[in-house]
Design a protein around this ligand. Structure first.
Ligand SMILES: Nc1ncnc2c1ncn2[C@@H]1O[C@H](COP(=O)(O)OP(=O)(O)O)[C@@H](O)[C@H]1O
Ligand SMILES: O=C(OP(=O)(O)O)[C@H](O)COP(=O)(O)O
Length: 397
C-alpha cells in the first residue's frame, strides 16, 4: 500500500468543495505562459474530481511577491489553464476573505476556480494558524497535487493538510512513484547538475547532495557564487557574495565525501542582460568588472560532456545560463541534447526537474529523451538528498 493517502481513499466528492493545492508557478514572458508542463501535470486530478461531481478550488503561489503584487497575479495563468483543460476556469482576486468565500459558494458541482496567489498573504509562508483557518473555511476536502512545492512548509502546502481530510493528487502520486523507481538505488557513478538562479534557497542542500553523488557539476548563478568564493572576479554576474562561507564549506564537504566538483572554466560574458547582447567567451579568470557571466563557455561544455561519458545516472536541476535569452542558451541546450543522446543509446539514466529546467529541456528539444522529467526542482533535490518533504509527510497514512 502507498505510504500516503491518495484520491482513491477519498470518500464521495460529489458536491464537496475540494481545495486542491497545485503549482502554477510557471515560466512567463510578457504575460504569456511559455511552458505549460505544470499545467498539463494537474489535469488528471482536476478531471478526476470534477468527474466525481466535486467543486475544484485551486490554490497556488506565483513567484516570490512581498505582499500583493499585480505583476505576480495568477489571472493570466488561470486563463492558460482554461485553454489546457478545454473548459471554463473561473478566477477570483483573493484566496481568502469575503470575495473568495462568495466565489467558491457560487460554484456548481464539476466547476473549477483558481484563487489568487497565496503568497500575497504573509500567513502563507509563515504557515500561520489564522491563515490556515481562513483557507480551510473555503473547503470540505484538501488535495495536494503540488509535489514541486512540497518542500515548503507553508499554509497551503502543509498546514491545510492537518485541518481537512487530506489526500495526494494524481501528479503528486506519480512524481513520487517515478522518482522512487528511478533513483531509490541509482547505478553509479551518479552525476548531478545543479545550476539556475535560486542560489540562496538551494545552496545549502548541496552540502548533503555531495554525500549522495559522485560528481557535482555546478552551473548558472550557483556556479558564480562558488567562483567568487574561490576569489575569482565575477563582475556584475548573478552571485550571492555573502554566501561564500557556505560555498567554501560545501567544497570541503565534497572533498571529504569523495565527490568531484566541476565548476565552469570559461563563460559567455556580456555587459547587458538581454537577448543578442554583444558577448564574448572569457576564461573565468578574465571577467571584467562591467561584464556578467550569462552562460557556461564551450570549454566547460566539453568538460561536462566528458564527465557524462563516465556516468551511469544523471540528475539535473537548474540551467547553465540565462537560457531564455539567445545566445545564452547554448550550454544548456548542448548538455541537454548530449544527455538525451546518451540516454537514448542506453548509456545513461537521466532525471531532470524544475519549472525553468523543464522549459529549458523543451527549448532544447531534449525533454522526451530523458528517462524521467519531474515538475519539481528544489523539491526534487531535497527529496534526492533524503529530506522529508513537509507537503508529503502531511499526507502520510
Ligand atoms: N548565469 C546566469 N545569470 C542569470 N540568470 C541565470 C544564470 N544562469 C541561470 N539563470 C536563470 O536561472 C533560472 C532558473 O533557475 P531556477 O529557478 O533555480 O531553476 P528551476 O525553476 O528549474 O528550479 C532561469 O530563469 C535562468 O534565466
Ligand atoms: O518553481 C518552483 O521551484 P523550482 O524553481 O525549484 O522548480 C516551485 O514553484 C517553488 O517555488 P519557490 O522556490 O519560490 O518556493
Amino acid at each position: 500500500m502507498i505510504a500516503f493517502r491518495t484520491l482513491d481513499d477519498a470518500a464521495d466528492l460529489a458536491d464537496k468543495r475540494v481545495l486542491v493545492r497545485v503549482d502554477l508557478n510557471v515560466p512567463m514572458e510578457s504575460g504569456r505562459v511559455t511552458d505549460a508542463t505544470r499545467l498539463k501535470a494537474i489535469l488528471p486530478t482536476i478531471r478526476d474530481i470534477t468527474g466525481k461531481g466535486g467543486k475544484v478550488v485551486l490554490l497556488a503561489h506565483f513567484g516570490r511577491p512581498k505582499g500583493r503584487d499585480e505583476t505576480q497575479s495568477l489571472a493570466p495563468v488561470a486563463k492558460a489553464l482554461e485553454g489546457e483543460l478545454g473548459r471554463k476556469v473561473a478566477f477570483v482576486g483573493d484566496c481568502v476573505g469575503d470575495e473568495a468565500k462568495s466565489a467558491v459558494s457560487s460554484l456548481a458541482s464539476g466547476e473549477v476556480i483558481v484563487l489568487e496567489n497565496t503568497r500575497f498573504h504573509a500567513g502563507e509562508e509563515k504557515n500561520a494558524p489564522d491563515f490556515i483557518e481562513a483557507l480551510a473555511s473555503l473547503g470540505d476536502v484538501y488535495v495536494n497535487d503540488a509535489f514541486s512545492t512540497a518542500h515548503r512548509a507553508h499554509a497551503s502546502t502543509e498546514g491545510l493538510a492537518h485541518k481537512l481530510p487530506a489526500y495526494a493528487g494524481r501528479s503528486m502520486e506519480s512524481e513520487i512513484e517515478a522518482l522512487t523507481k528511478a533513483l531509490e538505488a541509482p547505478q553509479r557513478p551518479v552525476l548531478a547538475v545543479v545550476g539556475g538562479s535560486k542560489v540562496s534557497t538551494k545552496l545549502e542542500l548541496l552540502g548533503n547532495l555531495v554525500r549522495k553523488v559522485d560528481i557535482l557539476v555546478i552551473g548558472g548563478g550557483m556556479a558564480n557564487t562558488f567562483l567568487a568564493a574561490l576569489g575569482k572576479k565575477v563582475g556584475k554576474s548573478l552571485c550571492e557574495h555573502d554566501l561564500g562561507d557556505i560555498a567554501r564549506d560545501i567544497l570541503d564537504k565534497a572533498k571529504a565525501a569523495g565527490c568531484e566538483i566541476v565548476l565552469p572554466v570559461d563563460a559567455v560574458v556580456a555587459t547587458e542582460f538581454k537577448a543578442n547582447a554583444a558577448h564574448r567567451v572569457a576564461s573565468v579568470d578574465d571577467v571584467k568588472d562591467d561584464e556578467m557571466m550569462l552562460d557556461a563557455g564551450p570549454a566547460t561544455v566539453a568538460i561536462v560532456k566528458q564527465k557524462l561519458d563516465g556516468a551511469k545516472t544523471v540528475v539535473w536541476n537548474g540551467p547553465f545560463g540565462a537560457f531564455e535569452l539567445t545566445p545564452f542558451d547554448a550550454a544548456t541546450v548542448a548538455v541537454a541534447r548530449y544527455v538525451g543522446d546518451l540516454t537514448h543509446n542506453g548509456k545513461l539514466l537521466s532525471v531532470a526537474g524544475g519549472g525553468d529546467t523543464v522549459a529549458a529541456l523543451n527549448h532544447a528539444g531534449a525533454a522526451d529523451r530523458f528517462s524521467y522529467v519531474s515538475t519539481a526542482g528544489g523539491a526534487f533535490l531535497e527529496w534526492l538528498e533524503g529530506k522529508a518533504l513537509p507537503g508529503v509527510e502531511a499526507l502520510r497514512r
